[in-house]
Design a protein around this ligand. Structure first.
Ligand code: FAD
Length: 513
């Protein structure tokens, strides 16, 4: 009696135990689905990259001798959704058992858990991707005991023995931030090595998307730069460890517009390969640690620790928050933010230089690095009080690596503080001072980063103080924000009024900024 095994677009893990053995009674299904292209408006490169990677994965399995059907949109559009397609396939192939890997998204998890097919046994299995299996998440995360990222990260380091020496953290410290996170000079920015880009022909996929009227955003060249096979993903990892990891931590928080690689700097761009599971987080961590162990003179401990922290720490941590808080998390709006997202988020047409650059490269590549997401677009939305639903839609659509389990906690939690401080200990609010220190956009921006009031003042400044002012009930007694409030309350009322007036002006004309 045959078994049907469903492989979702972000489950392209060739080392899953499913594939240990070739079984002619087992039929694998990889399907392009309209429901997956339509739950949010995605970047064209994201859909193209996913569809290409799915096709390549199906081909790979078939080459290994597995029974596989790959269904392009042409074959699936007559089905309203995934359950309808599965019902049809199970009947067609006289299937006795349907198996799937547990999805990472709440939406798909519900859809599959609710599926009933008479006479057919349905079973979900572990995806075998994360360092913390789904079944163990509740040992770490519970809805009423929020765990801090640092605590979680140290526990994971200990448990998995990563960067540990006889029970102590390597180098005697858990954190090397003091040696990391520097701004980047123009000369240093011009010396950033080339990123690892591919040239995957995606014309057939683009034609298919056009034929089916799939509504997308952003641009896509005919030669797609993102990795779509495991081999390419491994090449990207190797390129990162060799050329970028040596200065990853050092320039992790830098912003710049100097040099051809300002859009990526020393970031790995591995998130697409990781989130589609072409790469396993442990192999990425081991590759980075090995680069340090074999070449400590080139890759120092601070760089590796900074990188490992992102994958072993943040990536696993936000997933734990997601599963311990869904479905309510997707609706949280602790700061009561209600303004619509300015239209220029979809075009990049704003005079604010940092935002224009971050948005423009997001539309061009489906990518922005963490500091652009957090401290440029994210902080602007936080300060301006943009409705987190709209902010989420933007982040979930625009990035090639965006899947709700990781996008939502980062956006709603970390960047918008809409969860009231579950994920971040304090809001990531910052004025132009931060942007001016960490990058060089201000030098070519018509707004003045030094001014708080007046028509030329950078909107980040007045909006920052407006944010501080309007949320004083919530944050004035926050232990890490006391100094900010002392400064604000110390200003003469006239000065405060001028800043707040400029903020009101900005808020009233967000579309024109
Ligand atoms: P690098 O800087 O090279 O970091 C290495 C890896 O660490 C990343 O590939 C990623 O897997 C992991 N990582 C780093 N920071 C985080 C983090 N905060 N949370 C989870 N993993 C992390 N990441 C996504 O994968 N998908 C998203 O949809 C997403 N949305 C975000 C939205 C906002 C508002 C913010 C502030 C961050 C978001 N992030 C998201 C986290 C982070 O910005 C991206 O993972 C990172 O920019 C991807 O680029 P990279 O691979 O070059 O990362």
């Amino acid at each position: 009696t045959p078994t049907l095994r469903l492989i979702l677009g972000d489950q392209l893990n060739p080392h899953h135990s499913w594939y240990d053995r070739v079984d002619q009674q087992c039929l694998y299904v990889v399907a392009e689905l309209k429901q997956e292209t339509g739950y949010v408006r995605h970047h064209l490169q994201k859909v193209a990259a996913l569809f290409l990677a799915m096709e390549a994965f199906a081909r790979h399995l078939a080459e290994q001798g597995h029974q596989v059907v790959h269904l392009p949109l042409d074959d699936t559009t007559r089905f309203a959704d995934l359950p309808e397609l599965l019902t049809h396939l199970c009947a067609l192939h006289e299937v006795a058992r349907l198996e799937y890997q547990l999805p990472d998204e709440y939406r798909l998890t519900r859809q599959l858990a609710d599926l009933r097919l008479p006479g057919i046994e349905i079973r979900g299995v572990e995806s075998e991707h994360f360092l913390l299996p789904r079944a163990r998440l509740n040992q770490y995360f519970s809805a009423d005991h929020p765990l801090k990222m640092e605590t979680f990260y140290r526990r994971m380091r200990r448990e998995l023995g990563i960067l540990m020496d006889e029970g102590k953290p390597s180098g005697g410290r858990w954190n090397f931030d003091a040696r990391n996170r520097h701004p980047i000079s123009d000369d240093e920015a011009r010396a950033v090595p080339q990123p690892c880009l591919f040239a995957n022909d995606c014309r057939p996929v683009l034609a298919r998307l056009r034929r089916h009227g799939i509504d997308t955003l952003g641009h896509c060249p005919e030669q797609l730069i993102w990795p779509v096979t495991r081999l390419q993903a491994l090449q990207q990892l190797q390129h990162f460890c060799r050329h970028l990891l040596p200065r990853f931590g050092q320039f992790q928080d830098a912003l710049t517009e100097t040099g051809p690689h300002a859009w990526t700097l020393y970031h790995s761009r591995l998130s697409f390969a990781l989130n589609t599971k072409m790469l396993h987080p442990m192999e990425v961590i081991r590759a980075a640690v090995a680069a340090h162990e074999y070449h400590p003179e080139r890759v120092d401990l601070a760089q590796v620790e900074g990188f490992v922290r992102q994958i072993l720490g943040w990536r696993e941590f936000v997933r734990g928050i997601y599963w311990s808080r869904m479905p309510g998390y997707a609706k949280e709006n602790a700061l009561g933010a209600r303004r619509p997202l300015p239209g220029w988020f979809w075009t990049g047409h704003t005079r604010m230089r940092c935002l224009a650059r971050a948005i423009d490269q997001s539309l061009t590549h489906g990518y922005a690095h963490h500091i652009q997401r957090l401290m440029v677009t994210g902080t602007f939305c936080l300060l301006a009080g943009i409705d987190p639903d709209e902010v989420d839609q933007w982040y979930l659509g625009i990035y090639v690596d965006a899947f709700q389990w990781v996008e939502l906690p980062n956006t709603r939690g970390m960047s918008q503080y809409a969860d009231g401080g579950v994920l971040a200990t304090k809001p990531y609010a910052a004025s132009a001072n931060y942007l001016n220190r960490m990058g060089n956009h201000c030098q070519r921006c018509p707004y003045d980063p030094k001014q708080k009031s007046g028509d030329h003042a950078c909107p980040f400044n007045s909006l920052y103080w407006h944010f501080i002012h309007r949320h004083s009930d919530r944050f004035a007694r926050h232990p890490r924000m006391g100094m900010i409030y002392r400064h604000w309350f110390g200003l003469a009322p006239k000065q405060q009024d001028a800043v707040l007036e400029r903020a009101r002006q900005c808020l009233a004309s967000l579309e024109q900024l």
